[in-house]
Design a protein around this ligand. Structure first.
Ligand SMILES: NC(=O)c1ccc[n+]([C@@H]2O[C@H](COP(=O)([O-])OP(=O)(O)OC[C@H]3O[C@@H](n4cnc5c(N)ncnc54)[C@H](O)[C@@H]3O)[C@@H](O)[C@H]2O)c1
Length: 285
C-alpha cells in the first residue's frame, strides 16, 4: 500500500482518542507506536484499536484483514522508546497542560529533529504547549474528533511559531486519512469547540429555565437546523465532565458567555457524565 502519511507515527496515550488516531494511521498504511501508562493500560489500548478495526471491517471499510493491520501496531511503556525515525508524534494524553508539556518534551528528545510533533488538545493553548519545546516550528495542533474512525474533520491548529510549510504538509496527511482539514489560528476553543460548546451551554440553560425538555431541544436542532445530533445528545457523547472542563477554560479565557450552568456542574457532581455512565441529559442502555 502506498503511504501518503508518515511511514512511522507515534501516538502518546491510547485512550478513546489515541486509539482512534492510531487506528486511522494504521489503516492508512503507517507503522504506529502507541505509548501508554503501563502493562494493563497498554493491553486496554491495544484492545481499543483492535475493536475499532473489527468495527471498520464489519462495515466493509477495511483494506486487508484486522490481523495484518494490527501487526503494524506496537505498544510502548515510555515516550523515550519511540523510534528515532518516527515522522509524526501525536499526543492524546488527558487534557492537562503540565502532562502534555512533559510528554511533548520527552517526545522531542526521543525522535529526530525533523519529526513533526502535534497535540490533540480540544481546548488548551497550542502556543503555550509549544513554548516548552526546543523547536516549536515543528509543532501544531491536530484536533481529531470523536469517534475518530467515523469523523470526517481534523482542525489543523496553527501557533505563531508553527512553520507555514508544515500546515500544508499536515493538511495532506489529514486528506490521506480520508478526512477534511480546516486550518484555524490558535485561539481558545479553536473553531469547533468554541461554537459547539456555546451551543451546548445555551441548550443546558434552556433546560434549566424550563423552555423545553432535552428531547425537544435536540429535535429542534436536528430537524429544524439539520444538525446530525442535537447539542445535549452531543454533550452526552463528549462527556459532561469533558465539556465542563472546556467550558471552565473558555470562561476564563473568553468571558462570561461561557460560564458553565449550575445544572452542568450538578450533573457532573452526581456522576451523570453522559453515554459513558449511561445517563447525562438523556439515558442510555
Ligand atoms: N473525548 C473527546 O471527545 C475528545 C475529542 C477531541 C479531543 N480530545 C482530547 O484528546 C485528549 C485525550 O482525550 P481522551 O478522551 O482520549 O482521554 P482518555 O482518558 O480516554 O485517554 C487518555 C489516555 O492517556 C493515557 N495516559 C495518561 N498519562 C499518560 C502518560 N504519561 N503517557 C502515556 N499515556 C498516558 C491514559 O492511560 C489514557 O488511556 C485530551 O486532550 C482531550 O481533550 C478528546
Amino acid at each position: 500500500m502506498s503511504v501518503a502519511v508518515p511511514a512511522r507515527v507515534g501516538v502518546i496515550g491510547g485512550g478513546r482518542m489515541g486509539a482512534g488516531i492510531a487506528q486511522a494511521f494504521l489503516t492508512a498504511g503507517a507503522r504506529v507506536e502507541v505509548v501508554e501508562a503501563g502493562g494493563e493500560a497498554a493491553e486496554a489500548a491495544r484492545g481499543r484499536v483492535a475493536d475499532g478495526l473489527e468495527e471498520t471491517a464489519r462495515r466493509g471499510k477495511l483494506d486487508g484483514d484486522v490481523g495484518t493491520v494490527l501487526e503494524r501496531l506496537t505498544l510502548l511503556d515510555s515516550v523515550a522508546d519511540l523510534d528515532v525515525g518516527t515522522g509524526l508524534v501525536v499526543e492524546a494524553v488527558p487534557e492537562r497542560a503540565d502532562l502534555k508539556i512533559e510528554v511533548l518534551g520527552a517526545a522531542e528528545a526521543a525522535v529526530s529533529p525533523d519529526a513533526v510533533l502535534a497535540t490533540n488538545t480540544s481546548s488548551l493553548s497550542v502556543t503555550e504547549l509549544a513554548s516548552a519545546l526546543e523547536h516549536p516550528a515543528r509543532f501544531l495542533g491536530l484536533h481529531f474528533f470523536n469517534p475518530v474512525p467515523a469523523s470526517k474533520l481534523v482542525e489543523v491548529v496553527v501557533a505563531p511559531e508553527t512553520d507555514p510549510q508544515l500546515v500544508g504538509t499536515a493538511g495532506g496527511w489529514v486528506r490521506a486519512l480520508g478526512k477534511t482539514d480546516v486550518v484555524v489560528k490558535d485561539s481558545p476553543g479553536f473553531a469547533s469547540s468554541r461554537l459547539g460548546v456555546l451551543l451546548g451551554l445555551e441548550a443546558i440553560r434552556m433546560l434549566e429555565e424550563g423552555v423545553a425538555d432535552a428531547e425537544a431541544i435536540d429535535t429542534a436542532m436536528e430537524l429544524g437546523y439539520r444538525h446530525p445530533m442535537g447539542p445535549l445528545r452531543s454533550t452526552d457523547l463528549v462527556g459532561l465532565d469533558v465539556r465542563l472542563a472546556i467550558a471552565e477554560y473558555l470562561h476564563r479565557t473568553l468571558g462570561e458567555r461561557f460560564a458553565p450552568p449550575q445544572l452542568l456542574r450538578d450533573k457532573v457532581a452526581a456522576g451523570e457524565l453522559g453515554r459513558k455512565t449511561g445517563r447525562g441529559f438523556h439515558t442510555y442502555d
